[in-house]
Design a protein around this ligand. Sequence first.
Ligand SMILES: Nc1nc2c(ncn2[C@@H]2O[C@H](COP(=O)(O)OP(=O)(O)OP(=O)(O)O)[C@@H](O)[C@H]2O)c(=O)[nH]1
Length: 307
Amino acid sequence: MAITQHYKLNLIQWYPGHIAKAEKALKEQLKLVDVVLEVRDARIPLATHHPMVNDWVGNKTKVLVMNRVDMISPAVKQIWTDWFKQQGERALFTNAQQGKGVTAISKAAQAAGTQINQKRRQRGMLPRPVRAVVIGFPNVGKSALINRLVKRRVVESAARPGVTRQLRWVRISKELELLDAPGVIPIKLEDQEAALKLAICDDIGEASYDNQLVAAGFIDIVNYLMATVITETTEDEIVANILPAQLLMSRYEIDPSGFTGDEFLHALAKNRYQGDAERAARKILTDFRRGSLGQIPLELPLDLGLS
Ligand SMILES: Nc1nc2c(ncn2[C@@H]2O[C@H](COP(=O)(O)OP(=O)(O)OP(=O)(O)O)[C@@H](O)[C@H]2O)c(=O)[nH]1
C-alpha cells in the first residue's frame, strides 16, 4: 500500500535513545513471565504490530488481543478473524473500556498456564501460578485491559517508556498472576505509513506530528480503502460495512471521494472554519478517535479472502 508516498511525513520525533530504553525495559518485563498478552488496535492490527515482537516473546505463549472492537464493524471483525486464522493465529477481540471479551483473555492465559504446569509436573516440579504481562503500543488500551482482568484499578498512571517503577504481581486467580504495569512496545522508526496510522488513531505516545498532514492522510486512507474494496469485492454486505466515506459525507456534507486528503481538509476548513485548516484537521481527528464518524477501519487484509 503506498498511501504515504505523496507525504513527506516525518512523524516520529522520538530519539533512538528513547526507543532503545523502551526496548530494554520491555525485554526486562518479558524475562519475568510465561505468557504474553499482546494488545493491538482492531482498526490497525498490522500497524500496531512490531515485527520484532515474536522474537522478543520467544517460545513463551502469546495471546493476541485486538482491542477497541467497538470501533470496527462485525463484518470487519470477521474478515480479520479469518485472516489471522489463515496465518495460524487466533485473534481475540475486546472492548477493554467496557470489559467485553475480557473473560476469554483470562481463560486463554490460564489455559497456557495449565500446559506449563503439566510440563513442570512431568519434570518433578511443583505447579505454580502462571505469570503474564500485557504489552502493546502506546494508548492501545493496555491499562484498561489490565484493570478489567484484575477487576479493579491497579494501573494508576500511564506507563511511559523509560520510566522505571516498582513492578508488582496481581493475582487474577489461583492459577494466574499479572504484572501490574504494561510493557510498552517501542515504535518502529522506519515505517512512516504505520506511523501515520498510529498518529491517526492516537496510538503513537509522545511523538509529535502535524495535525493537518495526519488528518489529510486519514482521508486518503479512507479513499484508498473505499476504492480498493470496491474493486476487490462485489459482496454488498462487505462493501456496505466498510464504506466509511458515506459516514464522512454525512457528517461533513462533503463527498471525500472526489478529493485528495489535503483538498478535503481545505474544503472543510472553507465551509466550516473560515479557512482555518488546523481547526478542520483537529475536528476530523477528534471525531474519528471518539468514534463519532462510525466504525471506520484503517486497514483490511485486502489481498485475502475478499474477492
Ligand atoms: N472505544 C474504546 N476505547 C478504549 C478501549 N480500551 C481502552 N480505550 C480507551 O483508550 C484510551 C487509552 O487506554 P489506556 O488503557 O490508557 O491505554 P494504554 O495502552 O495503557 O496507554 P499508555 O499507558 O499511554 O501506553 C483510554 O481513553 C481508554 O478509555 C476500547 O476497547 N474501546
